[in-house]
Structures are given as C-alpha cells and as structure tokens.
Design a protein around this ligand. Structure first.
Ligand code: PRP
Length: 205
C-alpha cells in the first residue's frame, strides 16, 4: 500500500482532524463543527430543497467567495434539476456598516424574473449583505426568493433577515474553514474551526 502523504489525517479522528492541513493546525483553537457533521447537515438540506422545489425552475445563487465550498456540496446533495449562478459583493467599510450598502462586483449572468431563486450563503452575521441582496433581487420579480445559509450568528444580527434554512446556529466566535476565511486563508479546511485569538489579534502574543 502506498504510504500516506505527510499531513493527511483521517477525518473522523477528531484530534487529528484539526491537522488535516499541517501548516494551519497551530492556528486553530478547536473544531466547532466537524466535516462529518457538515456533510450530514448538507445532505438534510439537499433533501428539504428537493421537496420544496420539486417541479420548479430552481436557480441557486452563491455569494462569492465564502459560499463556494458549501454550494459545491449542496448542489450535489440536491437531486432535482437546477442551475447555479454566482454573485460577487464587496465588503462595506466599517463606517458604512449601518447604511447596509453593498457594492456588486459581479452581477448574475442569469435573469431571475419568474424563477425560484435560492441565495446560498456561508454565514450571516450582521445581516446587512443579505438584507441588501434580498431588496436587490426582489425588484427583479423572481417567482420566489429564499435564503439558505450554512452558518448563522444570531447574536450579531443588526437587521432582520428571513432565513428559510440554516445549517447551524453558532456562537459569536471567529470561525474559519469550509469556505470561510481570515485574510483569504483557511477556506480549504474541511471543517468549521475556531481561530486562535492571537492569530487575528497579534498584540495578544
Ligand atoms: C461574509 C459572508 C457574507 C457576509 C455576511 O462575506 O460570506 O456574504 O460576510 O456578513 P453580514 O451578515 O455582516 O453582512 P465576506 O465579506 O467575509 O466575503 P467572502 O465571502 O469573500 O469571504
């Protein structure tokens, strides 16, 4: 049998799971949601989406970049025919957070008028991004517009958002992995981890 590559761990062994990517393991405080728990929940969500949209013209819309991993798994957990499209937004600066204005860097390729649009997000925090996108897309007259998010941080909410499906409701911790980043890194971790505070607050060291 070929020797296992250095750094490749068995995902179900919780201790080694943190170190699937060796170069990052020293930055992770703990695993919050394991790869297995994520996959189980994504399968559930896929089944629920199958039921709700059976026979409908379904378009999944991923909000880049964080949701790329989630949508890649979710679309394979959905068995009914559907299309996917992508949208890129810019993060608003801290000063404009309360205005809820989000800049669209890349709009959809597909029209959504008369179609069942399902926005796919990795995380809802303040809610400003989704509040803005809901207003923007509602004006394009879809047959329906719903939101599925892998993670929700309800304690951080500043504006109300109508979430149709939530994978996991989580506490207010700095989470990375499964698409979520810090400084554009850690998106490739297969689990949701909590980042050590000294990584994002170097003054703590
Ligand atoms: C994250 C996430 C949402 C938004 C949620 O994106 O993917 O789009 O923040 O925050 P809110 O509820 O406070 O508006 P981010 O700006 O980190 O970009 P990324 O997806 O490219 O990592």
């Amino acid at each position: 049998m070929a020797e296992r590559s250095p750094g490749v761990a068995v995902v179900n062994e919780e201790k080694s799971e943190v170190c699937v990517q060796k170069s990052m393991c020293q930055d992770i405080e703990r695993v919050l949601i394991s790869a297995e728990e994520i996959q189980d929940r994504v399968r559930d969500l896929g089944r629920q989406i199958d039921e709700r949209y059976a026979g409908e013209d379904l378009l999944l819309i991923a909000v880049l970049k964080g949701s790329i991993v989630f949508i890649a798994d979710l679309m394979r957990a959905i068995s009914i025919p559907h299309e996917v499209d992508f949208l890129a937004t810019s993060s608003y600066g801290a000063s404009s957070t309360s205005s809820g204005v989000v800049r669209i860097l890349k709009d959809l390729n597909e029209p959504i008028g008369g179609r069942h649009a399902l926005l796919v997000e990795d995380i809802i925090d303040s809610g400003h991004t989704l509040a803005y996108l809901t207003r923007l897309f509602s004006a394009r007259n879809p047959a329906s517009l719903e939101i599925v998010t892998l993670l929700d941080k309800p304690s951080r909410r500043e504006v109300d958002i109508d979430l149709f499906w939530t994978g996991f409701s989580i506490p207010n911790e700095f989470v990375i992995g499964y698409g979520l980043d810090f400084n554009q890194k850690y998106r490739n971790l297969p689990y949701i981890g909590v980042l050590k505070p000294e990584v994002y607050q170097p003054d703590l060291e």
